[in-house]
Design a protein around this ligand. Sequence first.
Ligand code: B12
Length: 363
Amino acid sequence: MALDAGFDIVGFGPASPDGATGNQFDAWLDAGRHGEMHWLERERDRILAGDRYVRGARGAIALGFEYPGQSVRIDGASVARYAAGRDYHRGLGTRLRRLQARMASDGIGAGVLRYGVDAVPVLERSLALQAGIGFLAKSAGIIHPRRGPWLLLAEILHGDEFEPTSPAPGSCGTCTACLDACPTGALVAPHELDARLCLSYTTIEKRGVIDRSLRAAQGSWLFGCDICIEVCPFTSRATKQRDDDPDLALHPALETYTLVGVLEMDVEAWNRDWTGTAIRRAKVEGLRRNAAIVAGNLHLDQTSPALASCLHDSNAGVRTAAGWALAKLGTHRNDLVKAIDREHDETARDDLALSLDEFGSIG
Ligand code: B12
């Protein structure tokens, strides 16, 4: 039924993380590795016990959806592949509703308590692992032994306890390609990610100023980062191409926008052109901030007038990124000097001043 509803993998297991994973999650939060994702801290107790999130939840039907591993670029800027098509929360939500309806019509829907994807107080990787969806990779991701790592997860929480599906075979063996390739060293040990250093965190979840030390390493990443997946040998197992599935078709904004267009985008354009994409999570100012850093990293001279306008932005993250990029491009020095003079935010002023000091010599 799950496959009919549009999922690629299904397994059964408990509704709560196992004790060892719970301890790792606790330690991860205690070490502050979640950065400013305060909701994870707030939801700690509910995340650790499935039945505190959903009363009576004992079993989980874990679901996997493979998305196509094709790269997406705007003027050379990269977007993480999971975010290229229709917002996956909606696409997988539709599939979950379809599955639930089918279970109900076949008379086995009674125990279904709740379904979820991503934005739920559940450790989805742990549920997937315990339900045999895949193995835990050193990148911290769940990899399906035959389909590879381009995998999104969802789950149905259920009142019944299930006979668990056998664990998925496979392991990373001695491979450390993801740890070696991560440009910021965010994978601090096998399976352990310091989100504060992860480009997926800095470009999506982090609000305001991106730390100077992480800007050059951001390279061409406009939204999210796929490096730890792209370098994984298991990517050769990927089976899905972009096909007729409308959920996987490229979002129109990714086909029509240039990087200058992103830098110049106002809220009206953001709401008009960027609906129905997971990229909205970064917020308009976050995406423009990211675009400024990428413009600097890719030495895109044609972006410099737009970057100079960004120095007037109301968001300190956008202003500091634009100043940094202009310094890197070695252009609009006077605009940068004026921006420092009028800057009221002390941290942003220091940041812009550092960029001026390094004018023409950054990276
Ligand atoms: C917060 C979050 C993030 C944060 C933090 C990620 C992280 N690794 O902690 C940021 C913004 C950085 C992020 C990035 C990404 N994310 Co994210 N994210 C989440 C979210 C909402 C919660 C994850 C969480 O609680 N993390 C805290 C850590 C401790 O828990 P965990 O990642 O589940 O950790 C597991 C293992 O690492 C292990 N573990 C942890 N520490 C240790 C230590 C040892 C020694 C061992 C053995 C094991 C171990 O235990 C956990 C359970 O198995 C989930 C959705 C959800 N509700 O679960 C999606 C989710 C994990 N993300 C997902 C995706 C796709 C991504 C990106 C690939 C997106 C991108 N391309 O930019 C990257 C991948 C980065 C990476 N290498 O992990 C998918 C993962 C699918 C998969 N196949 O694994 C999920 C499940 C969303 C979904 N519904 O599909 N994400």
